[in-house]
Design a protein. Structure first.
Length: 500
């Protein structure tokens, strides 16, 4: 399929946006100006101001001599880029590849997109009509190359949709400015009487390069399609994406759910056919008022199950604000991974953290409370209790070694051992009772001690003698005495964990 590009030129970007925000300015002469060496120079102006003979680069003082009632607004650096970025995001509903073309334009790769609107003419008509309805004065063009589309939009008076393979003839009558050449080179061409591209298009490249520089040849070749030129999209296209254009603007939760389910079915069908599953995805919606929003999901295991992925999005659909109506939904697969062969696992009854059921449960929980609130631990190669568990966020990661202790360990270990008051016979007997948080616990059975030496190469300190102690209520605790017994100080007992 041959490449097709569109260039959209916003002839009065800043002044149009000002009139959109302040409708009372419509039809009036006003300009934007910025200071330079103590004087204010005009950077943007309306057609009404231009009709008085005012031009860009003129000082405000000279302009007010021509029209004393001229309205002047301060020019804010970077405002045009901010406006173009917003307009580029709006254009994403027509193509996924949109590039900013400062200071006042956009470039679109529309290859394979125009048939969705009934052809290039209808496609361009819809974009232009909606932008003009919003208040922007635009000139668009379509051609086989970026350079040709740019030149036609700014310099041609007719034939703004250039047929395939006709861009050379379309460029011939245009001025050199259509090739995006610098000002000093344009002045040089004008002084030589080369007022049209046809005046030098057939000159040998060596002659053009010697007299006008290599940039001249590059721009000419790019416009003619003899030199490759690429767009750098505002939004990086993803390999797997699905879009749904609504026949009528969508405002209800039910309609949003139907659209989401339809997109998931299409996307998962493609992924299933290639043996892939989603790890992260983003649903973006575009409203008729030009605003948009998105929600993202993530999974622990690659999944192409529509029902599971729909549940993950379902928990976040309350954040969708349809406003006056949503006209387009786009579902992007941000990250995909190969899906394991489940057929061989049907008879294995495999469970645990690697099972698909556990992974899907974690996905749903994470969708409600966030991934940061879910913790997973792997065994660490340490006897010291505080270091036996190592946090990890990857559910598929395996323990790095087979190291483990054969001693019983509690189901819950406190982050920090809590001091208790205990009464014990000496020297190696477990406590007969202990008091924790003001509650008295009488020990009816105990096992121990298990001495755990501190890892002196990591930190200094006393060893610990651990006991498994059961109180009258049948609750079992993991207690320890820090260091050797001291008859004068009985405040070195601690509670460290709980058994089931």
């Amino acid at each position: 399929m041959p490449k097709r590009f569109a260039s959209i030129w916003f002839r009065h970007l800043l002044t149009d946006q000002k009139a959109i925000r302040q409708p009372e300015l419509k039809g009036k002469a006003y300009v934007f100006a910025e200071p330079d060496h103590g004087r204010m120079f005009i950077t943007a102006l309306t057609n009404e101001a231009r009709n008085y003979g005012i031009t860009e680069g003129m000082t405000v003082a000279d302009a007010r001599v021509i029209t004393p009632d001229l309205l002047v607004f301060d020019s804010v650096p970077g405002r045009n880029l901010k406006l173009l970025t917003g307009l580029a995001e709006w254009c994403l509903r027509y193509t996924p590849a949109v590039q900013l073309d400062p200071p006042d334009g956009l470039l679109l790769d529309i290859t394979g997109c125009t048939h969705l609107k009934g052809g290039e003419k209808a496609y361009l008509r819809e974009i232009v009509s909606r932008l003009k309805a919003a208040g922007y004065d635009v000139r668009p063009a379509i051609a086989d190359t970026i350079g040709a589309a740019w030149g036609m939009a700014r310099c041609a008076t007719s034939g703004l949709i250039v047929p395939e393979d006709a861009h050379r003839n379309a460029l011939m009558p245009l001025p050199p400015y259509a090739l995006r050449l610098p000002t000093d080179l344009l002045v040089k061409l004008r002084n030589l009487g080369l007022h049209q591209i046809s005046s030098f298009i057939y000159m040998p490249d060596a002659v053009l390069r010697r007299r006008f520089g290599k940039n001249m040849v590059l721009r000419l070749h790019q416009a003619l399609g003899q030199e490759a030129e690429y767009l750098f999209p505002l939004k990086e296209p993803v390999p797997y994406t699905e879009s749904l254009a609504c026949l009528e603007p969508v405002t209800t939760r039910t309609a949003i759910e139907i659209g989401l389910n339809d997109l998931l079915e299409k996307l998962c069908k493609r992924l299933y056919g290639e043996g892939l599953g989603l790890r992260s995805a983003m649903l973006t919606w575009y409203r008729i008022d030009g605003k948009n929003g998105n929600i993202k999901i993530g999974t622990n295991h690659p999944s192409n199950r529509v029902q599971h992925l729909f549940k993950l999005f379902f928990n976040k659909l309350d954040t969708v604000a349809p406003g006056m109506g949503i006209e387009l939904f786009v579902l992007d697969a941000l990250k995909t991974e190969p899906v394991s062969d489940k057929q061989s696992e049907i008879w294995s009854s495999k469970g645990g953290a690697d099972s698909e059921e556990v992974a899907e449960l974690l996905d749903r929980v994470a969708g409600r409370i966030g991934n940061a609130n879910i913790n997973r631990y792997l065994p660490g190669e340490h006897y010291w209790p505080e270091r036996t568990l190592k946090p990890d966020i990857d559910i598929k990661k395996k323990a790095e070694s087979e190291w483990r202790t054969d001693k019983p360990r509690p189901m819950q270990i406190l982050d920090r051992p809590e001091p208790i008051e205990a009464m014990a016979l000496t020297p190696d007997y477990p406590p007969k009772l202990f008091i924790w948080k003001g509650e008295r616990h009488v020990i009816v059975g105990a096992d121990g001690p298990e001495r755990i030496e501190r890892e002196w190469w990591l930190e200094p300190g006393e060893h610990r003698d651990y006991y498994i102690a059961e109180d009258e209520a049948g609750r079992r605790y993991w207690l320890f005495r820090s260091g050797h017994y001291n008859a004068e100080n009985n405040q070195h007992w601690y509670l460290h964990g709980f058994f089931a």
